[in-house]
Design a protein around this ligand. Structure first.
Ligand SMILES: [Zn+2]
Length: 321
């Protein structure tokens, strides 16, 4: 008996306990039977907590702590990390678990949030945490409710409120919230207004280039076939790549519209693939260059706060040579 902690007096226990609502981002095994759980909480943003004994067969908490489950938690302040003492599912988003494609999309949106956020309370305000949490739970809900994913037939229309549309919309809003809103209305190099014609997108510049500024580098890498745009892209993510006027219009639409408005757009598989390639190139660039590190984000946010513009024109990063 001597190695078992005596129960704390009731009053002390109450003070140590607190409640949070969260979505489980991921978990890893910890010790003999425990798990370390990464959470995105509504109240405190990203947070790690320990779930004791959840790998034991009879654990009552285990089922509530799987990735992309929305959960109510009772936690106790631990010496280091908080301990999860109680977990109750708010929404398991069951439709996301019955198809591999939906599971993959849900894993992707959760991973993206995980990689763009930090366990540092000073970095985000309570308002920002709530906005990100809302975006996350809304998107999980949209993925759950979405029509069936597109078939592989290129002729088929992905359609309204498809999982693909929910994911593309999420990427755009997330980039906005974390300070990397791409510039889509004026050339990020010369400032010229972007005309209704095919353009270039530069991950390094964080937005669109006009044909004059974009073509010298893009000409070397221009894919022969529009369809090959994503898969056969040989050059590094930092190079400018072509973006069709249609794709640009969709990105602008996602940037400016509510989801209800955005979901009226019809996304064909080919267009979806082009948008996916552009967003992936940009996101990969931002993440690989460490632009999502706390110090960089603080700087970006400071710049945003100092900027009166609402159009996003002044949010472009400084040009690099
Ligand atoms: Zn230009």
């Amino acid at each position: 008996m001597s190695d078992i902690n005596p129960p704390a007096p009731q009053s002390t226990r109450r003070q140590r306990l607190f409640r949070l609502e969260a979505v489980v981002l991921r978990h890893t095994d910890w010790g003999e039977a425990d798990r370390l759980i990464w959470l995105f909480t509504r109240e405190m943003g990203k947070l790690r907590a320990v779930a004791k004994g959840v790998r034991k067969p009879r654990s009552r908490k285990a089922g509530h702590l799987e990735p992309f489950t929305r959960v109510n938690l009772l936690l106790a302040r631990g010496r280091d990390l908080p301990l999860i003492t109680q977990a109750d599912t708010v929404d398991a988003y069951l439709p996301l678990r019955d198809s591999l494609l939906r599971t993959t999309y849900a894993s992707y949106i959760v991973e993206l949030l995980d990689r763009f956020t930090f366990e540092e309370a000073s970095l985000t305000s309570a308002k920002e945490n709530r906005a990100l949490y809302r975006l996350l739970t809304d998107t999980l809900e949209r993925l759950s409710q979405a029509e069936n994913p597109a078939s592989s037939s290129p002729a088929q229309t992905v359609g309204r409120g498809s999982p693909e549309l929910a994911v593309r919309y999420y990427e755009m809003r997330l980039l906005d919230f974390v300070g990397f809103r791409p510039q889509l209305f004026t050339c990020t190099v010369c400032g010229a207004e972007i005309l209704p014609q095919d353009q270039y997108f530069s991950p390094r510049q964080g937005g669109v280039l006009c044909p004059t500024c974009g073509s010298p580098s893009a000409a070397l890498n221009r894919p022969a076939d529009h369809d090959d745009l994503v898969e056969s892209e040989p050059h590094p993510a930092s190079a400018a790549r072509p973006i069709s006027m249609k794709a640009l219009k969709y990105l602008r639409h996602f940037q400016r519209s509510s989801y209800a408005e955005a979901a009226r757009a019809v996304l064909t598989p080919i267009l979806n693939r082009e948008l996916e390639g552009i967003m992936q190139g940009y996101i990969t660039y931002v993440l690989e260059r460490g632009l999502n590190t706390p110090s960089f984000i603080r700087r970006v946010r400071q710049n945003l706060r100092d900027t009166p513009s609402e159009t996003g024109d002044a949010q472009e990063p400084p040009p690099e040579s």
